[in-house]
Design a protein around this ligand. Structure first.
Ligand code: BG6
Length: 300
């Protein structure tokens, strides 16, 4: 879709407002306003970097130190992790390539219900040792909630094994006053201790040190209870069997070049996907769908 067509869509849409801009680092960005909320999406990584309901603080965390260029991933919002998670020995770089590609914007719709939907496509997914021939689409809907769906269609003649994850950074008031619920009884791999296997025994996960865990075989919704902002964030998901919970804490925060030393206090990642033992094995001709719905309500 070229710029003039995008502009005409933004002008004729009667409900939600869609504006095409040069964002930070002059990267193409789409700004969305609906009757309930505002959002921003960069074509670099198809990354949602902002979602905010009226009369609420932003739902997503975005680092003040994030790089905005065509080479690095943006630090914050919802990076798309595909086709691998973490840094397997045989892969080039961490968390796949989808988050550093410039995606194509294919369609913008704004129906009478006031929502705005963007459909984006990952270009040039040619077969390689790291990825089968496939078509990858990402559909984001902004309304009083934020929904995002990653669709991967296997266009090759063989099974395609991959990992995916919507690596969502949530904004919180104070990490030490945050509880994450919905994972009790779930088995997890603890990354700081070399991926040792444990079972979650706590009713709620609390944060007083680095937390970096892959929860396996769980399709449950997760809630982030934030006492300081008096808000509960709910993460519902479909087509996802893993949940990753991550906060880098002090030392790792200092070591990251694109992340403020104290920003670990203001965010928690609750990531929905299919990683490690839950990787997707997609038969030829099939499509996998990973969907999240993010909502929030006041904490009574
Ligand atoms: C999380 C991983 O998903 O992403 C962490 O569990 C990792 O181990 C974090 O540190 C951030 O990764 P990156 O590549 O964005 O710095």
């Amino acid at each position: 879709m070229n710029a003039s067509k995008q502009q005409s869509i933004s002008q004729t849409s009667p409900h939600g407002r869609v504006t095409f801009l040069e964002g930070r680092g002059d990267l193409p960005m789409v700004e969305i306003a609906t009757p309930w909320s505002a959002a921003e999406i960069y074509l670099h990584g198809a990354q949602v970097t902002h979602f905010q309901k009226q009369c609420e603080p932003p739902l997503l965390f975005l680092s003040q130190c994030s790089r905005f260029d065509t080479v690095h991933p943006i630090r914050g919002g919802i990076p798309i992790i595909f086709p691998w998670f973490g840094k397997p020995a045989d892969k080039p770089g961490q968390h796949g390539f989808a988050r550093v590609k410039d995606w194509e914007l294919c369609e913008v719709t704004s129906p009478a219900d006031g929502s705005v939907t963007l459909r984006l496509r990952l270009p040039e997914c040619k077969p390689s040792v790291d990825c089968a021939a496939c078509e990858v689409e990402y559909v984001v809907t902004v309304s009083d909630t934020l929904t995002a769906e990653l669709r991967v269609s296997n266009k090759s003649g063989r099974e395609f094994e991959f990992e995916n994850c919507l690596h969502t950074y949530f904004a919180v008031g104070d990490i030490q006053a945050v509880k994450v619920t919905g994972l009790k009884g779930v088995e997890y791999l603890n990354q700081p201790t070399g991926f040792s296997r444990h079972t979650e025994t706590a009713d709620a996960i609390r944060f007083a040190e680095e937390v970096d865990r892959i929860y396996l075989a769980t399709g449950h919704p997760v809630e982030i209870c934030d006492k300081r902002l008096k808000r509960i964030i709910r993460v519902e998901k479909e087509g996802s069997n893993s949940t990753v919970v991550w906060n880098p804490w002090m030392a790792k925060a200092k070591a990251m070049p694109d992340y403020g030393d104290d920003e670990f206090k203001e965010m928690v990642c609750v990531e929905s996907g299919n990683v490690a033992a839950n990787k997707v094995i997609l038969p030829p001709g099939q499509t996998s769908r990973l969907k999240i719905k993010l909502s929030s309500r006041a904490l009574a």
